[in-house]
Design a binder for this molecule. Structure first.
Ligand code: EPU
Length: 417
C-alpha cells in the first residue's frame, strides 16, 4: 500500500495550478441522469472519488467518455439499472446523490443507505424527507432506500439542518418536478451555486442558489450542456495553509479567491501576506504564524473541510488556539496523529485547544480521512526529520497530484510502496 514520505523543514516557493472542485464535480456528474443528451464537463480533477462516481453511473447505463483538458462526457440515453449498490456507497457517501435524479428520470431508485463514517454519523434524513414532501414513497429495506414516484411534485421544504448534498439532491430532483419547489434553510456553499449554474445551462429554472432560499420551477425535460467545474476551494485552502505553516511564498492559479473569504481572513490573522487577483492568490509568510482560533460553520463561515489543516498550522503557531468543530461530531481524529508528531493538543468536547510548539518531530502516522491526511502532510512539511504517512488512499480520493504539486513548490515529498 502506498505511503507518503516527507522530509520537513523547507519553505515553499513557486507556482501551482488548482484543480477543479471534487465536491462540485460529484453532484454535477449526477445531472447527466436528468437528460438523454450529452453532458460535457471540463476542469474535472483526476480523483478516485470521481472515478467511483463514473463507475456508478456507468453501471446504471450511462456512457462515460474522457476527453482532453480534464474533460469527461456523460450520456444517459437510457437508464437501465436505477440502483446504487452498497459496495460503492460505502466507499463514497456522495453516491447517494443519484437518488433524486433517478427518481426524477425513472420514477424509481434503489440506493444503499450510506451508514456511518469516520467523521461522524452523517444521516440522510433530510434527503429522504425532502423527496417524500415532493411525493416520493421511500421505504428502507435490507439497508436500501427503495424510492418510487409517478412524477415528483414541487413542494415548499424547510430543511431542518443546513446540508450541502441534501440541498443538491433536492435541487436536482426539483428541476424535473411538476410545479415549483422552494428550499428554505438551503446550503449556500459555492458548490451548490456551481451545480445550479450547470442545471440552468441544461434548461432548469433555478433562482436564489447561494442564498438560503432556493426556488426551482420544474420543467418537462432538460437538455445536454457544457460546463466548466469551479476551482477547488479546499485544495486551494490546503496549499495556502501549507505555505503559512512552512513559510515561503507561493502563487496559486486557476483559483476562485471569492469563495475563500473565511480562510483568507484567518490566514491574514496568522500573519500571512495575501494578494488576490480574479483567479490567482499569492501568499507570503515569514516567521512563525500567530495562533488563530477557528469555529467551523456552514458557508460563508469557516469550512469544516479546512479545520484539520488549521489544526496543523496551530500546532506550530506562536500561542494557543481554540479549534471548535460544529458540523461533524467526530472530526478530531487527526489530533491524535498530530500529537505523535509532538503537537500539544487537549480535546474538550467539540473544542481542541492547541498550544503551539516551536518544532514538530517527524514520525510514522496514519491518515484517517481525507482532510485529516492533508493536515498530516502540512505537519510533515514543517516537522524536523522524516514523516511517513500511511493509508494515503484517503488523500487520493480528494487531492489531484498533491505530492507532485508540493514537490514543484520545493517540498521533499515522495510516494513510497
Ligand atoms: N445532516 C443531517 N441530515 C441529513 C444531512 C446532513 O443531520 O440528511 C447533518 C450531518 O450529519 C452534518 C451536517 O448535517 O452534521 C452537515 O452535513 P452535510 O450534509 O452538509 O454534509 P455532506 O453534504 O454529506 C458535504 C461535503 C463534505 C463537507 C460537508 C460540510 C460533498 C460531497 N461533501 O458533505 O466534504 O465536509 O458537506 O461542508 O460535498 C470532504 O470533501 O472531505 C468532505 C467530507
Amino acid at each position: 500500500m502506498d505511503k507518503l514520505l516527507i522530509t520537513g523543514g523547507r519553505p515553499l516557493e513557486g507556482e501551482v495550478r488548482v484543480s477543479g472542485a471534487k465536491n462540485a464535480a460529484l453532484p454535477i456528474m449526477c445531472t447527466a441522469l436528468l437528460t438523454e443528451d450529452p453532458l460535457k464537463l471540463t476542469n474535472v480533477p483526476a480523483l478516485m472519488d470521481l472515478r467511483t462516481m463514473a463507475k456508478l453511473l456507468a453501471q446504471m447505463g450511462v456512457e462515460v467518455g474522457t476527453q482532453s483538458d480534464c474533460g469527461i462526457e456523460l450520456r444517459a440515453r437510457a437508464v437501465t439499472n436505477p440502483e446504487a449498490p452498497y459496495e460503492l456507497v460505502k466507499t463514497m457517501r456522495a453516491s447517494v446523490l443519484v437518488l433524486g435524479p433517478l427518481l426524477a428520470r425513472c420514477g424509481q431508485a434503489r440506493v444503499s443507505l450510506p451508514g456511518g463514517c469516520a467523521i461522524g454519523a452523517r444521516p440522510v434524513d433530510q434527503h429522504i424527507k425532502g423527496l417524500q414532501a415532493m411525493g416520493a414513497t421511500i421505504s428502507i429495506e435490507h439497508g436500501f432506500m427503495n424510492a418510487r414516484a409517478e412524477r415528483l411534485r414541487g413542494a415548499r421544504i424547510a430543511m431542518e439542518v443546513v446540508t450541502v448534498t441534501g440541498t443538491e439532491q433536492l435541487m436536482m430532483a426539483a428541476a424535473l418536478a411538476e410545479g415549483t419547489t422552494v428550499l428554505e434553510n438551503a446550503a449556500r456553499e459555492p458548490e451548490v451555486v456551481d451545480l445550479a449554474r450547470c442545471l440552468r445551462m441544461m434548461g432548469a429554472k433555478i433562482e436564489g442558489a447561494g442564498s438560503d432560499l432556493i426556488r426551482i420551477e420544474g420543467v418537462g425535460s432538460l437538455a445536454g450542456a457544457e460546463h466548466r467545474v469551479m476551482p477547488d476551494r479546499i485544495e486551494t485552502g490546503t496549499f495556502l495553509a501549507a505555505a503559512a505553516a512552512a513559510g515561503g511564498r507561493i502563487r496559486l492559479t486557476g483559483a476562485a479567491p471569492d469563495t475563500l473569504a473565511a480562510t483568507l481572513g484567518k490566514l491574514r490573522e496568522a500573519g500571512a501576506r495575501i494578494q488576490t487577483g480574479d483567479s490567482t492568490i499569492e501568499i507570503e509568510m515569514a516567521g512563525r504564524p500567530a495562533a488563530v482560533s477557528v469555529t467551523t460553520a456552514p458557508y460563508p463561515g469557516f469550512a469544516t473541510d479546512m479545520q484539520a489543516q488549521f489544526m496543523a498550522l496551530a500546532a506550530i503557531a506562536d500561542g494557543a488556539a481554540q479549534i471548535t468543530e460544529t458540523i461533524f461530531e467526530n472530526r478530531f481524529m487527526h489530533a491524535l496523529e498530530l500529537q505523535r508528531l509532538g503537537a500539544d493538543i487537549a480535546i474538550h468536547g467539540n473544542t481542541a485547544v492547541v498550544t503551539g510548539v516551536e518544532r514538530l518531530q517527524g514520525a510514522k502516522v496514519m491518515a484517517t480521512d481525507l482532510r485529516a491526511s492533508a493536515s498530516l502532510v502540512i505537519a510533515g512539511l514543517v516537522a524536523q526529520g522524516r514523516t511517513l504517512i500511511d493509508r494515503i488512499y484517503h488523500l487520493d480520493r480528494g487531492y489531484d497530484a498533491l505530492e507532485r504539486k508540493l514537490g514543484a513548490l520545493g517540498a521533499r515529498i515522495e510516494r513510497v510502496h
